[in-house]
Design a protein around this ligand. Structure first.
Ligand code: E4P
Length: 227
């Protein structure tokens, strides 16, 4: 399973790449706002960093960039997506899961511009993006679980549907808004292709008090061993 970083902050992207070897990035208008930069500057800075690291290319290190959320018509979504896609070949365009969004994503994929159909909250919403060839779909497991729903079953159902119809691995499932290590494991057990989470979630997920206690125990043993 791949790990994407859900952030538009360059220092976090750098750290997550060099520490954990993350495989890509997802952004959204909230992350861009939190970067403190204007939209175009934030995404241009990410594109420049990709080039500096030698990660540029259509098949390496995808970065999802969301279109202006006020755009509702398919033709306007396509127009906005083309402009963003022209900045970096690593950019994948995030489009909301609406009828116009599906239509725009279909047009863009036919033009060779990759799409990530986002804001997916039901299993049936995940089917049409796959039928229309989107590279990614983003079911929001964290929001579902915050609403008391079963995120693991939700992802597992999408995986099963994709396997039933030959979409599995073609349209890749990004489990989005992942908040905990338990959710990361649930997504992996369900067979998701990718998780996307903030840096602190990845740090917390590899932390356990017994790991720290074990290091202390072994330090004591080390100190009491004849040298
Ligand atoms: C995923 O692609 C989204 O950017 C993200 O997970 C949205 O949810 P959040 O902002 O609540 O984490």
């Amino acid at each position: 399973m791949k790990y994407f970083l859900d952030s538009a902050k360059l220092d976090e992207i750098r750290e997550a790449y060099h520490t954990f070897g993350i495989d890509g990035v997802t952004t959204n208008p909230k992350h861009i706002m939190n970067s403190g930069k204007p939209f175009l500057t934030a995404i241009q800075d990410i594109a420049d960093w990709i080039r500096e690291e030698g990660l540029d290319g259509k098949d390496t290190f995808p970065v999802s960039v969301e279109i202006d959320p006020y755009i509702e018509k398919a033709n306007e979504m396509v127009e906005a997506a083309r402009k963003i896609a022209a900045i970096s070949e690593n950019f994948v365009i995030k489009i909301p899961c609406t009828p116009d969004g599906i239509s725009a994503a279909r047009t863009l994929e036919n033009e060779g511009i990759r799409t990530n159909v986002t804001l997916i909250f039901t299993t049936s919403q995940a089917i049409l993006p796959a039928k229309n060839g989107s590279l990614f779909v983003s079911p929001f497991i964290g929001w579902k679980e915050a609403n008391g729903e079963d995120g693991k079953q939700y992802i597992s159902d999408i995986v099963q549907i994709y396997k039933n119809y030959g979409f599995y691995g073609k349209t890749q499932i990004i489990c989005a808004a992942v908040r905990t290590g338990r959710q990361i494991a649930d997504c992996a057990i369900a067979g998701a292709d990718i998780v996307t989470a903030g840096l602190s979630v990845y740090k917390d997920a590899i932390t356990h008090p017994y790991t720290r206690q074990g290091i202390e125990n072994f330090r004591n043993a080390w100190d009491n061993t004849a040298k």
